[in-house]
Write a protein that binds this ligand. Structure first.
Ligand code: ZN
Length: 466
């Protein structure tokens, strides 16, 4: 593949609020940082959108540049992790390891390749402390009552990314007004830990870093002071990304932190914001049992990444049907050999290069399928099948055998959403019964499920059903 023949990549930069032609700092290397999960719970479908979207961007970049270094962190120091550890009477390592493992499994199921580097906060504490010391030296941060705070009035561009005034930011983020803060908008770089709370030794006493400094420190450590692309959910623009910019720019004497800022939109569920109180938080691990993971991936890519994405049962069923049609076509063409090239049609590539326009790319994929259906000569059939598979590969779709797809998609699809919910709930009751060593109840539930044609398979990762 000759990179010179590929169209330019255009990306919407949230910082300049413009679509710009992407040009990396150096001709053959791209650096990219994406804020990763805080590992205190299972990932919900909204958490899955950035890794899917930015993972696709990485694949697109890899077609052009010799080296793409992609860091996506694991936040394993956080008060939510501390709270979960206390509640379950285990160490924070146990909590962090459990949910990191679950996150990786979910991402793998969704066809998300691991990043080049996956730094953890607990492994970066020394670098974090070093960066905080630099900020204090440069008088961008100050020590007060065992805390270290960033002084936002030392950074004149504070608010440039989110486009808000300091007053608006403080009101919007419900920032804690603490007596030791010089300015109510100043944010925590380091805070003290009491004896019951995990902590690390530091020049300011035993304590732990705030969340924002972690990304600035990891990004500088692994990717250098200036990175090409920084990505994350739009909800992170303020305060998290605003604070990352302030910390990194001040620590590095005004050097640009990230050249292109990319933000993905929210995921709503049946038109509503996901929330614990509404009980509509959809976990990836549960959705993986309700539909083939490839259909989840297709649905996540069906809206443009900057737009909100509404997750619904109707849309999920639609995604399964779309893949059924595509795999049925591939099954019909099973005797057609694909060509030994990796030619991605230019219209498809152009759609993705246009600020990662996945709805357009999916429309082109569907046109490629139509062309393949109509092709009559063997040569045309070979050509069209090859193009369809190559385009699918870039999107992370159509890479299993039709048989494997239909084995996954057929049995569950025939059940109604309410029936699936009921089965899932019975599985949970069975799990609970097993935990309470109430094996008679567990067996009774199993028998009832078997009557309904549900096949159970207990694995170390939990119970699978089909
Ligand atoms: Zn971050």
């Amino acid at each position: 593949m000759n990179a010179h023949h590929l169209p330019e990549i255009k990306l919407y930069n949230s910082l300049t609020r413009q679509t710009e032609v992407f040009k990396p700092r150096t001709t053959d290397e791209v650096t990219l940082y994406v804020c990763g999960p805080t590992v205190y719970n299972y990932a919900h479908i909204g958490n899955a959108r950035p890794p899917v979207v930015f993972g696709l961007l990485v694949k697109l970049l890899e077609r052009r540049y010799a080296k793409v270094v992609y860091a996506r962190n694991i936040t394993d120091i956080d008060d939510k992790i501390n709270a979960a550890a206390r509640e379950q009477n285990v160490s924070i390592q146990v909590i962090a390891e459990r949910y990191t493992k679950a996150y990786r499994e979910d991402m793998q199921a969704l066809g998300v390749a691991p990043p080049t580097i996956e730094p953890q906060a607990t492994q970066t504490v020394d670098t974090i402390i070093g960066m905080i010391e630099t900020l204090i030296e440069k008088q961008c941060a100050y020590v007060a009552e065992n805390h270290v705070l960033f002084a936002i009035d030392q950074f004149k561009d504070y608010g440039a990314l989110s486009g808000r005034s300091t007053d608006e930011m403080i009101a919007g983020a419900r920032i804690e007004v603490a007596p030791y803060k010089r300015n109510p908008g100043d944010f925590v770089l380091w805070k003290p830990s009491d004896d019951e709370t995990p902590g690390w030794p530091s020049p300011w006493g035993r304590g732990r870093p705030g969340w924002h400094i972690e990304c600035s420190a990891m990004s500088a450590l692994h990717l250098g002071k200036t990175i090409d692309i920084h990505g994350g959910g739009t909800d992170l623009k303020f305060p998290h990304h605003e604070n990352e910019i302030a910390q990194s720019t001040c620590a590095h004497d005004g050097q640009t932190f990230a050249r292109y800022w990319l933000h993905n939109g929210f995921v709503t569920v049946e038109g509503k914001k996901m929330s614990k109180s509404l009980g509509n938080v959809l976990l990836v691990k549960d959705l993986r049992h309700q539909a083939p993971p490839e259909a989840l991936r297709l649905l996540l890519l069906s809206a443009h990444y900057r737009q909100p994405l509404d997750w619904s049962q109707t849309a999920l069923t639609q995604a399964v049907r779309t893949l059924d049609r595509l795999y049925a076509l591939l099954r019909d063409m099973h005797d057609v050999p694909a060509l030994n090239t990796n030619t991605i049609p230019s219209s498809f590539e152009a759609a993705l290069c246009d600020d990662l326009n996945t709805p357009k790319a999916l429309a082109v994929l569907s046109e490629l399928a139509d062309t393949a259906r109509k092709a009559s000569s063997l040569e045309d059939r070979k050509q069209s099948k090859t193009q369809l598979l190559a385009a699918g590969a870039l999107l992370g779709l159509l890479q299993q055998t039709p048989d494997a797809w239909f084995a996954q998609s057929t049995p569950k699809r025939e059940r109604s959403p309410s029936e699936i919910t009921e089965i899932e709930s019975m599985l949970e009751q069975r799990q609970q019964a097993k935990q309470n060593k109430n094996f008679a109840v567990a067996d009774a539930i199993r028998t009832e499920l078997t009557k309904r044609g549900v096949v159970l398979e207990d694995t170390p990762q939990g119970t699978r059903w089909s």
